[in-house]
Design a protein. Structure first.
Length: 196
């Protein structure tokens, strides 16, 4: 039970610390691209993909035309669209490839990453910097030293800190989009599925 409590504390601490890296202008531009796009495509691999799907659902609730890359109902992407690509490392092949295709078709690319200087970050027209421990850090040569000194980063294995912080940040983006688009919770509820 102690490990579980410590893990929750480590995750919450990462989210709280990550807030310090948010830049108002960058976030504002990120949101404006979403609002100004005809269609918004989201993509992420693995658990980042789950965060992407959750965000797509909220965009739909806002009345934004949103699609998840790879789903059978996703249409072609065009120049008046954008893609939101989520990758902690910014180097996930499938995500970078999708961003490249979108860019070549004239669409805007928005990145959600811990590494804005990565391949994905280089492609991006805008980004949301999410500070999180990514899979790259697992192989860090200082890992054992951190463990000995009580810095138990394994309490957030692999990309956990990034993925959960991304989920929280994107939900916060939804809150700001609600205000910018003058949407209420009732408006969102009216678009919620009734077929379940």
């Amino acid at each position: 039970m102690e490990i579980m409590k410590d893990s929750i504390s480590a995750i919450l601490e990462n989210i709280e610390n990550a807030v310090e890296y948010l830049d108002e202008k960058t976030v504002d531009e990120f949101e404006n691209v979403i609002i100004g796009s005809k269609n918004v495509f989201v993509t992420g691999a693995g658990r980042s993909g789950l965060a992407a799907k959750a965000f797509a659902m909220r965009l739909m609730h806002l009345g934004i035309s949103a699609y998840v890359v790879g789903e059978t109902i996703s249409p072609a992407i065009y120049e008046d669209d954008c893609i939101i690509a989520i990758s902690g490392s910014g180097e996930t092949n499938t995500i970078v490839s999708a961003a490249n295709i979108a860019k070549s078709r004239g669409a805007k690319v928005l990145a959600v990453t811990s590494y804005p200087e990565s391949s994905l970050g280089q492609l991006a027209d805008g980004y949301l910097f999410v500070k999180g421990r990514t899979k790259q850090e697992v192989d860090d040569e200082n890992y054992m030293k951190r463990q000995i000194h009580g810095n138990y980063t394994s309490l957030t294995p692999l990309g956990t800190a990034f993925e959960l912080t991304t989920l929280v940040f994107l939900d916060a983006v939804v809150s700001e989009l609600m205000e910018k688009m003058q949407q209420t919770e009732s408006d969102l509820k009216a678009r919620h599925t009734v077929l379940e």
